[in-house]
Design a protein around this ligand. Structure first.
Ligand code: PMP
Length: 451
């Protein structure tokens, strides 16, 4: 290894504790020090390049080191880097709130900032609970979540998630939630359509809400794609039905679009495909184009006005983070929204998504691939040991990790979720790069499933 890179790795492993990692794994596969990024490419200290097929944990929308976002942040950096957001405000924070509320589904007129996705989920949960309390509904204390959902790592967000790998250890610390079947279509009956499957799964939550709405604050969902749960996908009909049920029974709907927002699913927001407005819309990740941490929770006048009163009524929402509405992050977000306005990003994504679909077609015949599924710019490939009976590989075999390592050797960054290999590339990926990405995945999957 290059001297500089080797010493960086050595220093890293002496001090740094990485996220979502068993640190011992780095003995076999050390972290790769990245020196620079450009477009879909990352470059390490030896000059090797990696195609970032997962947008660096789904945050990067328009490629690394995009000149326009960089220039906006640089300008902001020498103007105002940060200011307390209670009692003070600033233009980037105001304009971003205006633009987000304009772009979001109708009725979301208020914008509360936080600084990462998990924090946004905490804000939405607390706001929903607090809303009902301010209105005197003290019995409403519980949240409903879908099987296999993921909403973040802080204790509230973890409680409303359902991925055992992340959640189980902390179970004694987590608030009680009600978990209902997921509308996920992977396990649909033979001959059943996505719409039929998702609609069938709706029956249980409908029953639950009918029976228990008086104790339930909100239902939280990842619209259309349960991302960290293995890119499991479902039909918009579920969201349509759920919105109607939440209205019928007086329960909030929280849409966590932290991963699927900003064009990932083929529309700017996934909720648009169901024609619904949630009571809370959580945004983060792609919000700043992948430049800086920022989150926003959008809600409407009904919620806002339940908190608006004389101070002594103690109805205010006192939640705060030091970096709430950081101006640098807001400027990065504004520059990102400019890029959506400057060209038909959603339209060109449609073409890129069609090419990804074409390139993924041959995977369907692979003896260890149970399903290839896609929603917009998210495509997923489900590896299984036994294709006919859909028997998964024992998780201890870590087939996904093998794919990750084999793909890296070919200069492509894939980071499968367990046995699910997926593509979620920046929107600036070219047709040539799409071919390269899918070809590397093919070779990596072949090698990871060879024995
Ligand atoms: N919600 C969803 C749907 C997510 O995918 C994630 C992150 N993967 C989060 C919440 C948490 O966001 P963060 O990692 O910024 O805390």
């Amino acid at each position: 290894m290059h001297l500089n890179a080797a010493s960086l790795v050595e220093r890293d492993l002496r001090t740094v504790w990485h996220p979502c990692s068993q640190m011992k794994d780095y003995e076999a596969t050390p972290p790769i020090p990245i020196r620079s990024g450009s477009g879909v490419w990352l470059e390490d200290h030896q000059g090797r390049r990696y195609l970032d097929a997962i947008s660096s944990w789904w945050v990067n929308l328009f490629g690394h080191c995009h000149p326009a976002i960089g220039a906006a942040v640089a300008e902001q950096l020498v103007t105002l880097e940060q200011v307390i957001f209670a009692g003070f405000t600033h233009e980037p924070g105001i304009v971003l709130a205006e633009r987000l509320t304009r772009l979001a589904p109708p009725g979301l007129t208020r914008c509360f900032y936080a600084d990462n996705g998990s924090a946004a989920v905490e804000v939405a949960l607390k706001m929903s609970f607090h809303y009902w309390r301010n209105l005197g509904f003290d019995r409403k204390t519980r949240f409903v979540t879908l099987e296999n959902s993921y909403h973040g790592e802080t204790l509230g967000a973890l409680a409303v998630g359902d991925v055992p790998l992340y959640r189980d250890t902390y179970r004694p610390l987590l608030m009680d939630v009600v978990t209902v079947p997921s509308p996920d279509c992977f396990s649909r009956e033979p001959g059943e359509s996505w719409a039929e499957c998702s609609e069938r799964r709706f029956a249980e939550i409908d029953r639950l809400l009918a029976e228990s709405a008086d104790t339930i604050c909100a239902v939280i969902v990842e619209p259309l794609v349960q991302c960290a749960g293995g890119m499991r996908m479902y039909h918009p009909i579920y969201l349509e039905r759920l919105r109607a049920a939440c209205d019928r029974y007086g329960v909030h709907l929280i849409a966590d679009e932290i991963a699927v927002g900003f064009g990932r699913t083929g529309t700017l927001f996934a909720c648009e495909q169901a024609g619904i407005t949630p009571d809370f819309l959580c945004l983060s990740k792609g919000l700043t184009g992948g430049y800086l941490p920022l989150a926003a929770v959008l809600t409407g006048e009904a919620v806002y006005s339940a908190f608006y009163d004389d101070y002594v009524t103690l109805k205010a929402f006192l939640h705060s983070h030091s970096y709430t509405g950081n101006p640098l992050a807001c400027r990065a977000a504004l520059a990102t929204l400019d890029l959506f306005e400057a060209s038909d990003v959603i339209g060109s994504n449609r073409e890129l998504a069609a090419l990804i679909a074409r390139q993924c077609e041959p995977f369907a015949d692979h003896p260890h691939i149970a399903e290839v599924r896609q929603t917009g710019m998210i495509a997923a490939i489900e590896l299984v040991q036994d294709k006919v009976r859909r028997v998964p590989y024992p998780w201890q075999e870590r087939r996904g990790l093998r794919v990750h390592r084999a793909a890296l050797e070919q200069g492509v960054l894939l980071r499968p979720l367990g046995p699910v290999v997926y593509f979620m590339p920046p929107y600036v990926i070219t047709p040539e790069e799409i071919k390269r990405m899918t070809e590397a995945a093919r070779v990596a999957i072949d090698s990871a499933t060879a024995d």
